[in-house]
Design a protein around this ligand. Structure first.
Ligand code: MG
Length: 315
């Protein structure tokens, strides 16, 4: 018998209006630590994996890299509803999984165990599960599978890859850090820098100062997040957003700031690192998630326990 293409389990979490909600999709390996189980899957196959998951269905999975981000997002929902119980512009979390519904019971039980408000669990058997992202109105997709992330980016959905890592549990409010080039912004200046060096990149920026930069892969999500951020004053906001870029403020800061202004994207704090490592400043900010396109920056963040998400530019 052919497997069903997809099974969607709606939970008892109050369903949100998908046209208004900021939908975030995470895969099971991004939100939970399934490394041992994934190894079993790769080495022993699907059936053995399913048997293991069914036998352990009441044993909660340990948190994964995106777990604290999702928890902080729930905190924002709580704050929004406290200030306006009728508000319908909320975060909505859905879990996307290649598990069969039977082996997915452990996933659902784990989410319940931690009190995660997941509105939908989608158990899909297709190779490319990202085809469901657009129909569910997903604005951010986090996965531990590179092919997934590339497929999502190709579909025009903001997406990033998480690796299993040690995570310090940051306190609220929700703090999100974005890199600039090739994340919020397009990679046009990065390309000049790669091909012609720093001096030419600075010249390029000066010549283009009045022209806003192109959109990067995470711009759409950042704009949605910024819209939510604007519901609150800076002091009372349960969301804080940051730009941490390798650009120097003196030579390459103006165009970045002008672009954000042109987009209407308010960023709470911006750090122009002038090529310095990002780890120390990230350790101070303690974000729930940090997006960057450079693996050495991801590594630097991981080294200080900051949950990191890689935005590959080479899909
Ligand atoms: Mg970059």
């Amino acid at each position: 018998m052919a497997e069903p293409e997809s099974t969607v389990i709606n939970t008892d979490v109050k369903q949100k209006d998908p046209s208004k909600a900021l939908v975030i999709a995470v895969t099971t390996r991004a939100i939970f630590n399934l490394e041992e189980e994934h190894k079993l899957y790769l080495e022993k196959g699907k059936e053995e994996y399913a048997r293991h998951q069914q036998a352990n269905q009441d044993k909660p999975l340990p948190p994964g890299t995106a777990f604290t981000f999702i928890q902080a997002v729930q905190y924002v929902n709580k704050m929004i509803l406290e200030s306006n119980p009728a508000e319908d512009e909320l975060f909505d979390i859905l879990v996307l999984s290649n598990n069969s519904p039977e082996s997915g019971v452990r996933i659902v039980n784990s989410a319940k165990h931690y009190g995660l408000e997941i509105s939908k669990f989608c158990f899909v058997s297709d190779k490319d599960s990202t085809q469901y992202l657009k129909s569910h109105g997903v604005k951010l997709f986090l996965s531990a599978d590179r092919a997934d992330v590339c497929n999502a980016l190709r579909r025009g959905v903001s997406a990033a890859l998480v690796f299993q890592q040690e995570v310090q549990t940051p306190s609220t409010p929700l703090r999100v850090v974005f890199d600039g080039d090739a994340v919020l912004f397009s990679d046009e200046t990065d390309q000049v820098f790669q091909e012609q060096g720093l001096e030419r990149a600075v010249e390029y920026e000066r010549a283009m100062e009045a022209v806003p930069m192109g959109e990067g892969p995470l711009k759409a999500f950042a704009m949605h997040l910024g819209k939510m951020r604007k519901k609150f004053s800076q002091e009372k906001s349960p969301i804080r957003t940051y730009l941490v870029t390798a650009r120097s403020g003196r030579d390459m800061g103006i165009r970045a700031i002008k672009t954000l202004r042109e987009w209407g994207l308010a960023i709470d704090e911006a750090f122009f690192m002038d090529g310095a490592p990002k780890g120390p400043i990230l350790a101070q900010i303690q974000p729930h998630i940090f997006f960057d396109d450079r693996l050495h920056n991801i590594q630097g963040a991981q080294d200080v326990g900051v949950p990191s998400a890689w935005v590959p530019s080479c899909c």
